[in-house]
Design a protein around this ligand. Sequence first.
Ligand code: SF4
Ligand code: SF4
Ligand code: SF4
Ligand code: FES
Length: 302
Amino acid sequence: MESKSKIRLKIDGNEVTADEGMTILEVAQQAGIHIPTLCHHPALSNWGGCRMCVVAVEGVPRLVASCVMPVRHGMAVVTTNERILKSRRMVLEFIFAERNHNCMFCPKSGDCELQQLAYDLQMDHMTVPQSFTPFPADVTNDYMGIDHNRCILCGRCVRACTELAGNHVLAFQNRGPRTLVGFDLNETLNGSTCYACGVCLQVCPTGAIFSRQRTHYAVKGHPKAWHATDSHCPQCGLLCPTTMIVADNTLLKVEGRLAAAGNRPDRGQLCVRGRFEVLNDFGERLRHPLVRTSSGRWTEAS
Ligand code: SF4
Ligand code: SF4
Ligand code: SF4
Ligand code: FES
């Protein structure tokens, strides 16, 4: 097998080795250096749309988006300094100003990548005025809804629907501040060809795409107290790999194992039954094996 040539570069003064074709973000993550991201998702193609991941590269006058910039031999990268932090904070403020992010009334609060970035970058007040236009929320589907007022136009859902679900339902519609994620040719969620696989919901970093099943998870304490357990979906014989998010002995949500999917044919996908309908099943679990006796009755066995 042809081996890739190795590249040597410096990140924050540390010499690191990378494979040709890796991005600065990937090399930094491999070296344990955290760079904040928003539009990037490891299971999706790189897009470079939000500019949250900007870093400085020696000899390059502008800050560059590390999630799309490939590394070069001899590069010297700085991932944090005052200029970079100022740029990230400015991007974050504009994102918050563009739509209605009133976290107190959002079911995603506490489990939201955008909100977490505001804490990480210490955005305790806004220096730009809020300028959003209100949009209606689409709750025509029983399983999930979309509230465009919380959307940051990161495009993760669009890429997930195309690259993972292969269904091509989602695309950006309109221009400028009226840009929205739309379903087919401006259909409602339920009137579109969406089959509610929910992978767009799983990758959405904010509360824009939300689950309509077991929504009381919003009051089930802080996500830090939730437990994630890898399992397999028992709904059919395919046994798709899942991660079960549980709190207080209650199943809150089921996620596909996207990050670990690699070349698996399921690509970490789940179907509507495995992701949503399982949450409606409040039935008792079998705790012991049962054997049917000659009289036709079920009795517990060892
Ligand atoms: S999407 Fe995130 S940042 Fe926006 S209101 Fe909800 S919790 Fe807050
Ligand atoms: S639920 Fe699945 S099919 Fe529907 S829009 Fe989202 S990714 Fe596409
Ligand atoms: S709906 Fe979510 S994933 Fe899609 S563009 Fe908006 S914020 Fe990003
Ligand atoms: S995470 Fe790199 S540009 Fe959005």
